[in-house]
Design a protein around this ligand. Structure first.
Ligand SMILES: [Zn+2]
Length: 316
């Protein structure tokens, strides 16, 4: 008799069983990687949950500005607690490979030096989940000027700590080619290059970003499903799409798990992974999303196991 595997765990419908299997989270904004229940517990308060009405990024930005940022600012200990909550969540979900970003503006906004930001990440990793293969990522806001981002990045690169770079926020803020200089700089420093595209933009914007920035991976990229030509190109170039179904549904990018375009991408040979984006906001871990994708009938258990392994293999 063969041993009980990930596919069997999916079929049982038991999250407890699914969580036992190793998995990757490669699209995670670490300050929002913990559960809201954990934040409420350590703060003794209640963070008002995010509700999407229109399904645009401005709503999300507003929630961060009006709810989350003041919450973090209220007490200097909350930065460390938020990082630890993210590692705790990853550990409880069976995440063994974690690639999570901290915003390059964060330290400057809160008057914390790059050295202290890195120290806090190291402390959270080693004290909560040292067994997780953690690859720190530096995040960039697409709405910021390239000049200001370059000034922020320099001191961080100096420590040679970060392994990847990511660009996010409003996809329409400025042309992707503006970031070429930053991405060349990151690549020459040995970082893997990622960017959020094709979440709000179209299929061609995904290909354009990969070409302009020489991306290794794409965060979201689901709009690529609208073009057979772009999907073929992504498959040929072995570009991985780190997809976050719960986030896509909540932000009204897609109607449901059952109709998620990840199925079309998978069928066209594009390598995809399942990720959390922001557990604090979307309240779904990796295991819950695997189960929902299975129970919606979008994928078979075997297909989901292939997707799970896509994430784990990437880092080996
Ligand atoms: Zn994201």
């Amino acid at each position: 008799m063969s041993e009980f595997g990930f596919c069997d765990a999916l079929r049982t419908g038991s999250l407890k069983e699914i969580r036992k299997f190793p998995k990757a989270d490669l699209h995670n904004h670490i300050l929002m990687g913990g559960r809201r229940s954990a934040f409420n517990k350590f703060s003794g308060g209640k963070i008002i949950p995010f509700h999407s009405v229109k399904g645009d990024i401005q709503e999300l930005d507003q929630w961060i500005a009006l709810v989350y940022r003041p919450f973090l600012l209220q007490n200097p200990d909350r930065f460390q607690m938020a990082l630890e909550a993210a590692f705790r969540q990853a550990k409880s979900d069976g995440v063994t490979e974690l690639e999570a970003s901290i915003d390059s503006c964060y330290g400057a906004t809160f008057h914390i030096s790059p050295e202290k930001v890195i120290g806090a990440l190291q402390k959270a990793h080693t004290s909560i989940a040292s067994e997780i293969n953690f690859r720190p990522e530096l995040g960039l806001l697409r709405s910021r000027s390239v000049r200001s981002l370059m000034a922020l990045l320099g001191p961080y690169f100096h420590f040679n700590y970060f392994k990847t770079i990511d660009l996010y926020d409003d996809e329409m803020a400025q042309p992707i080619r503006n970031f070429r200089e930053i991405y060349r700089y990151a690549k020459s420093a040995g970082l893997r290059c990622k960017a959020h595209v094709g979440e709000f933009g179209d299929a061609d914007s995904v290909k354009e970003a990969v070409m302009e920035l020489e991306l290794d991976e794409v965060q979201h990229g689901i709009a690529a499903a609208g073009s057979t030509r772009v999907m073929q190109w992504l498959a040929d170039h072995k570009i991985v799409l780190n997809i976050c179904p719960a986030s896509n549904v909540r932000l009204k990018r897609v109607k449901s798990y059952k109709t998620h375009p990840i199925r079309i991408l998978f069928d066209h040979g594009v390598k995809v992974t399942i990720n959390t984006d922001d557990v604090l906001i979307f309240n779904k871990g990796i295991s819950e999303q695997f189960l929902q994708l299975y129970q919606s009938g979008l994928f078979t258990a075997n297909e989901l196991d292939i997707i799970r392994q896509n994430g784990i293999e990437k880092l080996h």
